[in-house]
Design a protein around this ligand. Structure first.
Ligand SMILES: [Zn+2]
Ligand SMILES: [Zn+2]
Length: 341
């Protein structure tokens, strides 16, 4: 088959022949229809993700049609539409036993330590293939396991947002636009901060109060909107080299005992907090990574019922991966860039 194989860190993946994947008795073979592009893919091609070994095929936001099922697979059939939960937990450790696969210490991920979906076909354990109604476009289904489920995990399992709380989403990109929608669904008052009018109006369209941080610094605006109280929860979805400065502003938006969710990150970018502020503010600062299989099932159901809209900014043919990576690097859009086969 053909795939976007990453052979070295001196250039983007290239579309070439690779061996056809073979499946085990509990696996499925998925014919890839759509694969989302994530900031992690930039880190991978830049050689910053040490767990990746070359050559391999990236792509961890995958949706497609089941092409073949293993002998022991039940509940899935060829032709079913699926999206793939990326983390392949060992199934035996304490976190896996209670469904916290993102805490598993030996969990390879589809598109990181295993071949991913920038390909014609991908192999996945059947357990990771979440069936999705065929009424949901596969380009939308592709972004659910990461861009949407990561925010779902951050807001539900970790931040435990309650109805009536104030949630500030900083950065309305591929993750932030979904954090806005989910916080809204959870009954929160949602404030969305960014520097681009297009992103702010998209967030407003999903019920957020927009803040343009070019006009005035984030803490001052959140302070004004909350009459000096601050936010219950701040969700940082920026990442990249700007993340240290953004986090410095984000903590200043927190209410007493507020929660800061660090979702975006960059290697070598520290989080600096004045310790007296941390103690007197009784802040809860939390890192949150990816999601559980349950999060993916939950967001699939929300999309099937029409209550959540996966936001795809553009679709690009799979062979256009390298230009799409540059777009993501230079000017990340609101919503996801999705590659199609
Ligand atoms: Zn990702
Ligand atoms: Zn495990």
């Amino acid at each position: 088959m053909k795939a976007m194989a990453l052979d070295a860190y001196d250039g983007p993946p290239t579309w070439r022949d690779v061996p056809d994947p073979t499946i085990g008795p509990r696996d499925v073979l998925v014919k890839v229809k759509a694969a989302g592009l994530c900031a992690s893919d930039l880190k991978i091609v830049d050689g910053l993700v040490p767990s990746v070994s070359l050559p391999y095929v990236p792509g961890h936001e995958v949706a497609g049609e089941v092409a073949e099922i293993g002998a022991e697979v039940t509940g899935l059939a060829p032709g079913d539409h699926v999206t793939l939960y990326m983390t392949v937990g060992c199934g035996l450790c304490d976190p896996c036993r209670v469904g916290r696969e993102n805490l598993c210490l030996s969990a390879p991920r589809i598109g990181f330590e295993m071949d991913g979906g920038f390909a014609e076909y991908v192999r996945a354990p059947a357990r990771n293939a979440v069936k999705i109604d065929s009424s949901v476009p596969l380009i939308q289904a592709a972004v659910l396991p990461d861009a949407v489920a990561t925010c779902h995990h951050a807001l539900t399992w970790k931040a435990k947002v309650r109805a009536g709380e104030t949630v500030v989403v900083v950065g309305v990109g591929g993750l932030g636009i979904h954090a806005v929608q989910l916080a809204n669904l959870m009954g929160a008052r949602v404030i969305a901060a960014d520097v681009e009018p297009e992103k702010l109006s998209a967030a407003e369209g999903f019920g957020a109060e927009p803040i343009d941080v070019r006009v005035e610094a984030l803490p001052a605006q959140v302070n004004a909107l909350t009459h000096g109280a601050g936010a219950d929860v701040v969700v940082e979805c920026v990442g990249g080299s700007a993340v240290t400065g953004v986090l410095g502003d984000a903590v200043k938006c927190l209410k007493l005992n507020g929660r800061l969710m660090v979702v975006g990150y960059a290697y070598g970018a520290p989080l600096t907090v004045e310790t007296s502020d941390l103690i007197y503010g009784q802040w809860n600062i939390m890192g949150t990574r990816a999601s559980t299989l349950q999060d993916v099932v939950d967001v699939v159901r929300l999309v099937e019922s029409g209550r959540l809209t996966p936001v795809v900014s553009e679709t690009v043919a799979m062979e256009g991966l390298s230009e799409a990576l540059e777009t993501l690097r230079r000017n990340p859009p609101v919503g996801r860039i999705v590659l199609t086969t």
